[in-house]
Design a protein around this ligand. Sequence first.
Ligand SMILES: [Zn+2]
Length: 230
Amino acid sequence: MENDIYMMVVTPHPDDAEFGVAGTVVKLTREGKKVVYVVCTNGDKGTSDRNMKPEELAKIREKEQLNAARLLGVTKVEFMRLPDQGLEDTPEFRKALVRLIRQYRPEVVVTANPYRKYMWHRDHRVTGQVVMDAVFPYARDHLSYPDLLEEGLEPHKVREVWLWGADDANHYSDVTDTFDIKIKALGCHISQVGDIPLEMRDRLRDWAKMMAEDQDYELGEAFHRIQMRY
Ligand SMILES: [Zn+2]
């Protein structure tokens, strides 16, 4: 199960990964590549329903995330269950990510761009930053966590990091054929998007068109891609 993982997607909340990278994920899994999801927070603040209990919402959102992941062909979903709107750049969060990176040994890690300007969710900023740090240098260096090494979790060199929500995208993925499944996967997050009203579907399509603006295909997802040099 933990072998040959091509991509690890680290999402701050359940549903961010679907907005950011789902079209690419399903394209990869259709090619037979394995993708794992890591969901950082429990998402228990994501509601405008005054009657919804946070613990109930957290349960609902895990189920929604599992449904979306199943649709996309994701191999495994890891839930870290950290507090929604409460992520901090802590040694514990960083180590937990290093543990997962060393366990699954992905070639590519995808997450939220921590350097996006102005309006951006704090959990997205923190997740992106801690992922970058976990990948380099902490996952790479054997002396970073001697206890992980003792457990048999050898250092790992991630080859690329892709950031969604990039102001300066330099890597594009053709999702023309997988866009409909991306929308279906987003539709699994019923507590967040309802039944994906038409305007939202149109907005997402316009957004995907914009991201493929300079490409020879219709719909895209865009990232800032960092090729790691060790
Ligand atoms: Zn989010």
